[in-house]
Design a protein around this ligand. Structure first.
Ligand code: I85
Length: 357
């Protein structure tokens, strides 16, 4: 029996004025890469939503398209509606999302008053974030901006669900080119052209490693010593993958957790764990059986509160560097594999090797 392929639902922004359906407020919830987020209300239900206002351009289109596509996952902020409206002669994309009212992940941990945060709870949170990343990677999307400020809770209190947002740097990893356009002859397509998506996805795994590290101790694995913006020393430590698990914060944390972090913070992106490997790791898969060891996390987050903006900036900068680096690897591998001169040289060297020269 042949498989019936259902084409993905066409996602076309509504052209009707958003103000027919929503009341837009001036209350700003935050600033994203491509636009600001404000509160809005449905005119029919009076329910509160978050509205992201983007200037229509290629980048904004990509953000909306990929976020919309990813929106079926429980741990990704849901896109409700998208409008394309003209506002003062410029076209805007208006993305209505469910309103996340529980605040940011680490703020919530820091604000806890009901006893210490435990290793098992950290494992549960990691499991939830991994579900989002697995969903994205399975659908050939790399988020590439996975950081604490993009992890929000849906509600205050126990029943809030943790969700990922901001697809401003997201990238489709299986390029249309390789799949459809006949610019590569399938027999000759180089493995690095097919496999270059590994780099984009590995960026998300590095982020997972940093987030897991902070969850378990309340401070980041790499940080500058003297409160300076990214110091040469820190850059070097990141590049060399140098980080430690200092006492007393890490003393009682399980070896399983430490090994998993090491697998995610591997400096060589091609050796880093994949999301499937992370998810099948015992500490994530069996998170309900992880020891309930009390952690220093909330205390350390509180003590380092004034340094948190800097920690966030540092992570933002490292992610930017990583995206540039990995994009270059991608470009290089394609150049190398399709450069006719290089190909000639390669053929020659194969012939030479075979003839024993
Ligand atoms: N709700 N990165 C930091 C927010 N609901 N937030 C950020 N990029 C986005 C803001 C700056 C994330 O794409 C962002 C984006 C989308 C949201 C977003 C989506 C849905 C919210 C930039 C809130 C909120 C609402 C009520 C109360 C509270 C927060 O931000 C709080 F609890 F914090 F008081």
């Amino acid at each position: 029996m042949s498989k019936v392929v259902i084409p993905p639902m066409a996602r076309i922004p509504k052209k009707t004025p958003i103000t027919d359906d929503y009341e837009i407020t001036k209350s700003v919830l935050g600033l994203g890469i491509n636009g600001k987020v404000v509160e809005c209300y449905s005119k029919t239900t009076r329910e509160k939503y978050a509205l992201k206002i983007l200037n229509d351009n290629v980048k904004a289109r990509r953000e909306v398209e990929l976020h919309w596509k990813a929106s079926g996952c429980k741990h990704i902020v849901n896109v409700i509606d998208v409008y394309e409206n003209k506002h003062k002669n410029t076209t805007c994309l208006l993305m209505v999302m469910e309103c996340m009212e529980g605040g940011e992940l680490f703020q919530r941990i820091q604000d806890r008053t009901d006893g210490a945060f435990t290793e098992r709870e950290a494992a549960q949170i990691m499991h939830e974030i991994c579900i989002a990343v697995k969903y994205l990677h399975d659908n050939n999307i790399a988020h590439r901006d996975l950081k604490p400020e993009n992890l929000l809770y849906s509600k205050k209190g126990t029943y809030g669900i943790l969700k990922l947002t901001d697809f401003g740097f997201a990238k489709e990893t299986l390029s249309q080119d390789t799949l459809q356009t006949p610019c590569y002859t399938p027999y000759y397509v180089a493995p690095e052209v097919l496999g270059s998506d590994k780099y984009d996805k590995s960026c998300d795994i590095w982020s997972l490693g940093v987030i897991m590290y902070i969850l378990l101790c309340g401070f980041p694995p790499f940080y500058s010593n003297h409160g300076m913006a990214i110091s040469p020393g820190m850059k070097k430590r990141i590049r060399m993958g140098q980080f430690t698990f200092p006492d007393p914060e890490w003393k009682n944390v399980s070896q399983n957790a430490k090994d998993l972090i090491k697998g995610m913070l591997n400096i060589e992106p091609t050796s880093r764990l994949t999301i499937s490997q992370v998810m099948s790791n015992w500490w994530i898969a069996q998170y309900t059986t992880v020891p309930q060891t009390p952690l220093h996390t909330n205390k350390m987050l509180k003590e380092g509160e004034e340094m948190w903006p800097e920690v966030q900036e540092e992570m933002t900068r490292s992610l930017a560097t990583m995206r540039v680096d990995y994009d270059q690897v991608h470009i290089k591998s394609i150049e190398d594999s399709s450069n006719p001169l290089l190909n000639k040289r390669r053929k020659r060297s194969i012939v030479n090797n075979q003839s024993g020269k």
